[in-house]
Every structure is written in structure tokens, then in C-alpha cells.
Design a protein around this ligand. Structure first.
Ligand code: FES
Ligand code: FES
Length: 177
């Protein structure tokens, strides 16, 4: 099967029921998604599939066939594509620039150990693409430690994450063309 990951169509030889996380990390060498719980309970492995956050530890790779998988490594190009038309030279330049979510995470100095942060930035990207100006309650709900879609940070960076999401929202609004 072939998977489209961060804009590239890549051949995959793993069995179709292999968790997407293992294919990304072990076969394709894309190592931003992390193995935390392996039970869809922490969000460390989260990636976007057609713009929706997916727990790649429990998602068969075959589920992503014909869809667009985006990892942390693909966020700059995702942002560039959103801002500019294809084949534009500016797009090529923008692909080198970080996504506003990544910039906000750096400016707010969010990570401590960093293990959970790829999944956190993927979740923030999904949230802001669907709700460009989320309320505090919506941000809190996105980064819950319980419920149906928990995102766990054992270092307790939740306050910094919420600040960074608010900051990223402003950066994205300023950066739209
Ligand atoms: S490793 Fe997938 S949700 Fe925890
Ligand atoms: S920064 Fe260490 S687990 Fe979140």
C-alpha cells in the first residue's frame, strides 16, 4: 500500500493492520509521534488524518490509505499551503518557516521534557483549523486529562499550552492572506 504523509506518497510494506504509529516511526523514519500508552489514552502519538486528530497507536495503517497524514514535521508545509497557492515561489520559501503553532510553542517556552508536545501541537493545529478563535473553555476541553480524548502531560505544562494556543490563534489570524 501507499500512504501520503506530509505531502509525499510513500510505499509501505508493513501489513495493513500494523498500527500507523509503527509504520510512521519504524518504516518511514518519522519520529515526532511518540509511543506513550498504546491505548489511545494520552495523545503522544497523535497525527492528523485529513485534518482530524487520530491516535496512531491504535489506528491501522490501512485506515490512512487515500488520505493525507500530517505529522509535526509536515506542519510548516501545511501552513504554507493554507496561505499561498501551489507552485508559488512564496510557498517554497514558506515551507521553510514554522507553523504558527510551532512558533507559539517556542515563544511561550511550553515544553519541559517534551515527550507529549508533538501530540499537543497536532491537537492545537486541529483545534485552530476548526475554531480559529477558541474560547478558554474550548481550549481546556481540547487538552483535557480525562474524557473521551485525553491529552496527558506528566510535566504539567497545561497552563503554558493554553497560553500558546491563544498566541497561535493571534499569529494565524495575522498570517492569513
Ligand atoms: S500512545 Fe497513542 S494515545 Fe497514548
Ligand atoms: S512536557 Fe513532559 S510530558 Fe509533557
Amino acid at each position: 500500500m501507499n500512504l501520503t504523509v506530509n505531502g509525499k506518497s510513500l510505499p509501505v510494506t508493513s501489513p495493513p493492520d500494523t498500527p500507523l504509529l509503527y509504520v510512521l516511526r519504524d518504516e518511514l523514519g518519522i519520529d515526532s509521534p511518540q509511543f506513550g500508552c498504546g491505548l489511545a489514552q494520552c495523545g503522544a502519538c497523535s497525527v492528523l488524518v485529513d485534518g482530524q486528530e487520530v491516535r496512531s497507536c491504535v489506528t491501522p495503517a490501512s485506515m490512512a490509505v487515500g488520505k493525507e497524514v500530517t505529522t509535526l514535521e509536515g506542519l510548516p508545509a501545511r501552513w504554507a499551503a493554507r496561505k499561498h497557492s501551489a507552485q508559488n515561489q512564496a510557498t517554497q520559501n514558506a515551507k521553510e518557516a514554522l507553523h504558527p503553532v510551532q512558533l507559539a510553542w517556542i515563544e511561550q517556552q511550553v515544553p519541559l521534557c517534551g515527550f507529549c508536545q508533538s501530540g499537543m501541537m497536532i491537537k492545537a493545529t486541529e483545534l485552530l483549523e476548526h475554531k480559529p478563535n477558541p474560547t478558554d473553555a474550548e481550549i481546556s476541553e481540547a487538552f483535557t486529562t480525562g474524557g473521551v480524548s485525553p491529552h496527558l502531560c506528566r510535566c504539567g505544562t497545561y497552563i503554558a499550552i493554553k497560553d500558546a494556543v491563544r498566541h497561535a490563534s493571534k499569529l494565524m489570524a495575522e498570517g492569513e492572506v
